[in-house]
Design a protein around this ligand. Structure first.
Ligand code: 5GP
Ligand code: MG
Length: 189
């Protein structure tokens, strides 16, 4: 698995340091009067990719919070191009009147965030903010407003720290690119 790595784009220490900064900003924005004293916020990671980021972020957030889950598929199998997003599972009871923070791993075309936002807004939360660890410089990303961004990265296919290729590599601690021969079958498709 380590032999498939082309280069490290973001090393784990760098990621952790930025998550600390994001957490401080998110905590400050969710204090009274923005969020009433004593009320909890609901964090919703878009699974599976945002799982690792969310786990690290919430442990730096000194807020009263609950977690709901949502699974979205955008890259079925060995593909590096989005095939259109689809909500596969939601477990989001009781967000009506609550402040929600939606968390995704990466903003690319924006299709995933648009789909999930629309779906959550139907439940009438008191507020809905969005946070992505990574953002690519695409037209779709530019047109998709997002409240918190960890890193702006080049338009390259990355894996690790929760992000997958064909459901592998999520457990790499760094965010990396893969050697061409590993993904070229999918690129040619
Ligand atoms: P969007 O819907 O904004 O086009 O894409 C968002 C989703 O596509 C992300 O949640 C992620 O699952 C996937 N994605 C986009 N770019 C990449 C990438 O470079 N690497 C990986 N592993 N997934 C990506
Ligand atoms: Mg995803």
């Amino acid at each position: 698995m380590l032999g498939d790595i082309d280069r490290i784009l973001l090393a784990q220490d760098h990621i952790q340091q930025r998550i600390g900064e994001l957490a401080r900003q998110i905590a400050a924005d969710h204090m009274p009067p923005s969020v009433p004293d004593g009320s909890a916020i609901t964090i919703i990671p878009v699974l599976t990719g945002a799982m690792v980021f969310c786990a690290d972020l919430i442990r730096q957030l000194p807020l009263r919070l609950r977690i709901s889950l949502m699974t979205v598929s955008s890259y079925p199998g060995a593909s590096t191009q989005t095939q259109g997003s689809q909500i596969l599972m939601q477990r989001i009871d009781g967000i009506r009147g609550r402040h929600v923070l939606l968390i995704d791993d990466i903003l690319d075309s924006g299709g995933t965030l648009r789909l999930v936002r629309q779906s959550l807004l139907k439940h009438e939360p008191a507020g809905l903010k969005t946070c992505v660890l990574l953002r690519k410089p695409t037209a779709g990303a530019r047109q998709t407003p997002v409240d918190y961004v960890g890193f702006d990265i080049p338009d390259e296919f990355v894996v690790g720290y929760g992000l997958d290729y064909d459901d592998y590599y999520r457990n790499l601690p760094d965010i990396v690119t893969l050697k061409r021969h590993v993904i070229e079958g999918a690129i040619a498709r």
